[in-house]
Design a protein around this ligand. Structure first.
Ligand SMILES: CC(=O)N[C@H]1[C@@H](OP(=O)(O)OP(=O)(O)OC[C@H]2O[C@@H](n3ccc(=O)[nH]c3=O)[C@H](O)[C@@H]2O)O[C@H](CO)[C@@H](O)[C@@H]1O
Ligand SMILES: C=C(OP(=O)(O)O)C(=O)O
Length: 420
């Protein structure tokens, strides 16, 4: 595990370019095994999740090459094989191989995924989707066995109990090559879902309704990549740099963003009193003046993302009144709270799982641990605002999903160092 050393208390300035979205590429890579030809992506973030997905591909005899933000995946010699459980457990999105392998071979054997420690993360809705398509699903010793080889994979109707990004994408991956028509109700509408559908349709899939509550899929037998697919900008990384810019910036331009994907976040910043300059694909954050406390309730897209609640917390510590965060998606997602308290933040969790943030004096640097990716982002921003040195341990959790973070921070004149 690596460690990050931060010398806090300096104002930051300049510009930063947002990379491709983690939650987009981690679905696109498993989806690429459905193709009958090599697939190319650009604007691929250099994050540990991508490298671990490449290891999983390799175990299936799928070659991949990654350099300079360009990734090629060649699934033409794919073989069914045992997937490496260490890599599978290193990230959440390895569960997309369930849907992708089911679509490709009509069966899949995949261990339970890993990912962030943010409270219970069941996969019952994914399983419900596979069963609705005719698969039999069993679980033994932490491994999920999904099999539709006896009667084939057939289109069906899927009704989700709750809106789930992962279950929606897994259902799409499985149904794309199933026999007949599938309708999926109560689906997630995140931009990453709209993009994966556009990637699959571009290869010959027949999927409509992405971005609405119901997706309809007419199965096809062959997919072939015709174009290089560009990964969409990471709206969570953008929210992280927006937070940093408000917390400690003297004028920061955030480039390569889709402002529409950020509306819930930028609206909250405006409500706090931040005067953002929102352009077509960039946002300028001037030095902030007085900030007001706000109430935040996380929700599925287009609501305020759960993945933003921790990065925005150090900004709320600098407000002139109390703020309250209610995470409806992951009510127990609070790994940053104790660590921020160690730095002197006035922050607490109530019995009913609200995070209450009071105006706090200047934080002080100390050693804290990045319990998960967004808690880690929160601590990095806090460390940049704090007096003295902050050591963030367990930074592999941050490197799972933040592209070139040290380079980007030093580009903004931060004093940050990664110790491997
Ligand atoms: C790789 C990826 O894209 N990760 C994102 C994805 O995770 P992920 O896809 O795992 O999250 P979901 O959208 O599935 O989870 C939403 C809610 O549904 C619940 N649920 C989900 C599936 C299921 O079968 N049963 C069930 O009860 C979850 O516990 C959670 O409370 O969406 C989350 C919510 O926006 C984000 O925080 C993650 O960054
Ligand atoms: C929860 C997250 O990631 P994952 O689903 O990959 O664990 C996240 O990106 O904030």
């Amino acid at each position: 595990m690596s460690t990050m050393k931060i010398q806090g208390g300096h104002r930051l300035y300049g510009d930063v370019t947002i990379g491709g979205a983690k939650n987009n590429i981690v679905a696109l890579i498993p989806a690429s095994i459905l193709s009958d030809t090599p697939v190319k992506f650009e604007m691929v973030p250099d994050i540990l999740d991508v490298h671990n997905l490449m290891l999983i591909l390799q175990s299936m005899n799928v070659s991949s090459e990654f350099s300079d933000g360009k990734l090629t995946v060649n699934p033409t010699n794919i073989k069914e094989s045992r997937l490496p459980s260490k890599a599978i457990k290193s990230l959440r999105a390895s569960y997309y191989f369930m849907g992708a392998l089911l679509g490709k071979f009509h069966r899949a054997v995949v261990s339970f995924p890993g990912g962030d420690n943010i409270g219970p993360r069941p996969i019952d809705q994914h399983i419900r989707a596979f069963e609705a398509l005719g698969a039999q699903v069993t679980e033994k010793n932490g491994t999920v066995y999904i099999d539709a080889t006896s009667n084939g994979l057939k289109g069906g109707s899927i009704f989700f109990d709750m809106v789930s990004v992962g279950a929606t994408i897994n259902a799409i991956l499985a149904a794309t090559k199933a026999d007949g028509v599938t309708t999926i109700h109560n689906v997630a509408k995140e931009p990453e879902i709209v993009d994966i559908v556009s990637f699959l349709n571009d290869m010959g899939a027949n999927i409509s309704g992405a971005g609405t509550d119901v997706i309809r899929i007419e199965g096809v037998s062959r997919l072939a990549a015709n174009h290089i697919h560009t990964v969409i900008p990471d709206r969570i990384e953008a929210g992280t740099y927006l937070s940093l810019a408000v917390a400690v910036g003297d004028g920061i331009l955030i480039k390569n963003v889709i402002p529409d994907h950020l509306q819930a976040f930028t609206n909250k910043l405006s409500e706090m009193g931040v005067q953002l300059e929102i352009n077509e694909n960039s946002i300028y954050v001037p030095k902030s003046q007085k900030l007001h406390g706000v109430k935040i309730t996380t929700a599925p897209f287009p609501g305020f993302a759960t993945d933003w609640q921790q990065p925005i917390t150090p900004v709320l510590l600098g407000a002139d009144s109390e703020s309250i965060i209610k995470d409806t998606i992951y009510p127990k997602r609070k790994m940053h709270v104790g660590q921020l308290s160690e730095m002197g933040a006035k922050i607490r969790v109530t019995d009913d799982n609200l995070i209450v943030i009071d105006p706090s004096d200047q934080l002080r640097g100390t050693t804290v641990s990045a319990g998960e990716i967004r808690a880690g982002a929160s601590l990095v921003i806090a460390g940049l605002t704090a007096k003295g040195e902050t050591i963030v341990t367990n930074t592999d959790n941050i490197l799972r999903g933040y592209d070139n973070i040290v380079k980007k921070l030093t580009g903004l004149h931060a004093e940050v160092e990664l110790i491997k």
